[in-house]
Design a protein. Structure first.
Length: 302
């Protein structure tokens, strides 16, 4: 059997190489994280390894990541920024937010023509009705894609409450961090790995797999670079990055079940994300605390 040919990823490749990074696209590979972890010492910041056919991917808590060939984006990005220890702990969260924003753009793009047509019709009606209406303040509408896509703490990305993406961060031998991302792009509904999973295709995106994967990778890479730069800059820039993560985290305000590393679990209300990136909860007895590591279930989707 011949090895699949890797797509060109023209848009993402151009961004990475323009910034001085190395871009490697595989037709197939076991794990993009493993590849980048192995080669990290000789690679510059922002370098990428990507494939549409990952055969041995892993997720958080050492779970396997099921990735049908050609229908799932698997990408890993190298981060070398000089971050304070606390800000390094925010990397998984900002990575999840960057993926979430890329998914929002992919979904919003499907409605672009409709939005433009609607705007033209509204403008035409204003012109017919006269100058008084043209001078009126425009009506602000919430973007439906923004409302559909949220992060489940710390970094799973949900569309309509179902998982479309996961993130796994690992530290390389030289201290750099590999940010691994998996995004279900064109998996049809009947082939989804679990009832709680979804894909961009199921969510309504109709672009071809290679075009879609390139666009998502380019957007998430750009978002991650901007967020890491903000964290490294500190001050107001870092505060803005953390504020964005909090704003797009759909876990905050939910009743959740947290499965903890020691095997115990707790039902609680998620109240926020603290400055260390921990989810803050209030349990049924009203006791507040922060949790650094745990597997979260939003109980309204359980």
């Amino acid at each position: 059997m011949s090895t699949p040919v890797a797509p060109s990823f023209a848009r993402a490749r151009a961004l990475v190489e323009a910034a001085g990074g190395t871009f490697v696209a595989h037709g197939t590979t076991g794990s993009t994280n493993a590849d980048l972890l192995r080669d990290a010492p000789g690679l510059p910041d922002g370098s990428v390894v990507v494939t549409l056919d990952q055969t041995a991917g892993r997720g958080r808590l050492d779970r396997s990541w099921v990735a049908p060939a050609g229908e799932t984006l698997a990408a890993s990005v190298l981060v070398r920024a000089a971050l304070e220890p606390r800000d390094r702990g925010w990397l998984p969260l900002v990575a999840g937010a960057a993926v979430r924003d890329a998914v929002v753009r992919a979904l919003a793009g499907q409605d672009g023509d409709q939005h433009q047509d609607g705007a033209q019709l509204q403008d035409g009606a204003q012109h017919e009705d006269g100058a008084q209406h043209r001078a009126a303040e425009p009506q602000v509408r919430a973007d439906p894609a923004e409302q559909r896509v949220l992060v489940k703490w710390p970094n799973d990305v949900l569309v309509d409450g179902r998982k479309v993406s996961g993130v796994l961060c690992q530290v390389a031998e030289d201290g750099s961090v590999v940010v691994g991302v998996g995004v279900n792009t064109t998996i049809p509904a009947e082939a989804l790995p679990t009832p709680t999973a979804t894909s961009l295709l199921v969510a309504g995106v109709t672009e071809p797999a290679t075009t879609l994967a390139d666009a998502v990778l380019a957007d998430l890479w750009t978002g991650l670079q901007e967020a890491v730069s903000g964290l490294a800059a500190g001050g107001a820039a870092a505060d803005a990055v953390r504020a964005h993560v909090r704003a797009v985290c759909g876990t905050v305000g939910q009743r959740v079940r947290l499965e903890l590393p020691d095997g115990s679990s707790v039902e609680a209300d998620a109240t926020g994300i603290d400055d260390d990136g921990r989810i803050t909860i209030r349990d049924r007895s009203g006791v507040p605390r922060g949790v650094a590591v745990g597997d979260v279930t939003h109980l309204r989707y359980a």
